[in-house]
Design a protein around this ligand. Sequence first.
Ligand code: DX5
Ligand code: ZN
Length: 212
Amino acid sequence: MVKVAPSVLSADFTDLKNDIKDVEQGGAKWLHYDVMDGHFVPNISFGADILKQISKITDLYLDVHLMVSDPAFYADRFIAAGADLITFHIEAMDSVESIKALIDHLHEKGVKAGLSIKPGTKVDAIKNFLDDIDLVLVMSVEPGFGGQSFMSGSLDKIRALNEREHQYLIEVDGGINAETGKSCVEAGVDVLVAGSYVFNAEDRKERIASLL
Ligand code: DX5
Ligand code: ZN
């Protein structure tokens, strides 16, 4: 069963609680939380304090996507704030040891561990970690901003990840709508992140349903 993870980045921040309730009642099971540090990506979003407030008003599974240069430094703050899953970028890490250590640390703290690859990074780059992680996040846009167009090269990555023996979930992020979402599901994706497609619509329930 495919899951939809609406991305908070595209929510109305003057009415955040209602927007979150709206997607929860609209059939979403996950909430995607994009953390940007203005360094790993050229944009700044929000940090752990806002996640903590969100965790108090929703039962959605909190899917934290760290687009930061030093995920090991920040991970504990998001765990304390209620994250269920923390995904970090392979491109932010400088050694195999540091990647393994962060995956182990997340598991010791009782949260799931995800690894993400940018459009220019091959699946091969994470092959040594695939047996240890709970989720692979395939970026289908350059990370940093909502509302960009889907890059179809991500479909081959999803297929390759799906074809191997695996226990991890496959998630895709960027430019997802009914059409691109369908292609990703056919390629074997488990979780569709959707920001602008869900939040920029009047009827969020209808948009979520169109992805399932
Ligand atoms: C981009 C973020 C995405 C973003 C997706 O860096 O990781 O999660 O919110 O937004 P849409 O669905 O509008 O492409
Ligand atoms: Zn994201």
